[in-house]
Design a binder for this molecule. Sequence first.
Ligand SMILES: NC(=O)c1ccc[n+]([C@@H]2O[C@H](COP(=O)([O-])OP(=O)(O)OC[C@H]3O[C@@H](n4cnc5c(N)ncnc54)[C@H](O)[C@@H]3O)[C@@H](O)[C@H]2O)c1
Length: 389
Amino acid sequence: MNRAPARPGAVGVARPTLSTTVDLPGSGARGWVVVDSLVDGLAMGGTRMTPTVTERELTALARAMTHKLALVGLPIGGAKAGIAPGPGATAERHTVLRAFGRATAPLLHGGVYLGCDQGTTYADRHMVFEAAGYDVTRRPGATRLTVGWGELWDHMADITGYGVAVAVLGALRAAGTRAPQRVVVQGFGTVGRAVAHHLAARGHRVVAVADVRGTVEDPRGLPVAELIAHTGGDGTIDRTRLPTAVRVHGPGRAWLAVDADVLVLAASPAAVDEEAVPGVRAGLVVEGGNLSCTGPARRLLRESGHTVLPDVVVNVGGAAATGCVLAGLAPSDLPLPRLSAWLRAWVADRITANGELVQELSASGSIDPVAELLTSRGARRPSPVGAGH
Ligand SMILES: NC(=O)c1ccc[n+]([C@@H]2O[C@H](COP(=O)([O-])OP(=O)(O)OC[C@H]3O[C@@H](n4cnc5c(N)ncnc54)[C@H](O)[C@@H]3O)[C@@H](O)[C@H]2O)c1
């Protein structure tokens, strides 16, 4: 376990404040919690459950959380947890999650909020909290809610994608673009579907979307609502329900070759690497997922005249809204629709302002605008993520 002194208000410390393995005896699974930084004794991040998750990956993601929260001005440090079921995993999922909840109870009660992430659902989070005897709504200092925690986030399930769409609209406004744009969305999960929905609702034309099975394309515009209705919870589109005009490509990067103005990346890391850069047709590239572009690819894209909106600036909606409630910044006792509207407006303001600053810094020749923004807000470099934004 590494420990570095926690400074209130400090972000971007050189190593995580705390990095620990979580014992999940008899389950064959392994777990970790990484707290990159504590601010006023508080940190937050999601718990991901994938076969390949490593402590190293979590360390990078916990640092990204520190950056995201610092950029939106929340007084909360970054954290991330992970559970790797492992090839020899024998226990049922609920047994593993409960064991994880019991083991992490002191951290949860002590101010390290662990929410959902890749591979975990709201129901999983509920199971972890229950096993830990942790009731987030009673956290001292948190906003007093008139609705259940689960109900609030069910209602706000699109918030990260909403924030990404807000960033796209802000960038188009800044560029003076008024005409409907052609949009490609790579990844049609929670984030990708919400981005597609919100951009289509603002009159933009979604010309292709991709999931793990490949790309579906229609240059005249895909029927987004229909596609969403025919997509499973895991983000896989039912090919048997597609309109006949839609072209279907297999796995690979067919989405890269689709002629578009905006490319939203909302799937796995490194979707755009150096090799892919010459094939990028859209002028605006948006990292809806974490680390969707490699560091060198981001630099090459900017050098070749593309605008890149980085992950830590645009995909913060879920973290920022949760943080607002945890830190007690959201108003108490609002009914659900008004609380949701308040949180959406808060998220939109922060993302729009940061998006504008990143674009200004890029336009003035900065090769790493996010690092400059973080430095100007008192955060330290370099990041162990290992790649500039
Ligand atoms: N959900 C959130 O609130 C949130 C918040 C911040 C960051 N993120 C990040 O955004 C990304 C997407 O998150 P999500 O919650 O939408 O995930 P998800 O699991 O709901 O969906 C992922 C989507 O990507 C597709 N996909 C996977 N591999 C692909 C490939 N090689 N090519 C094309 N499509 C592929 C899947 O089929 C699916 O449609 C992840 O990197 C996640 O860590 C999510």
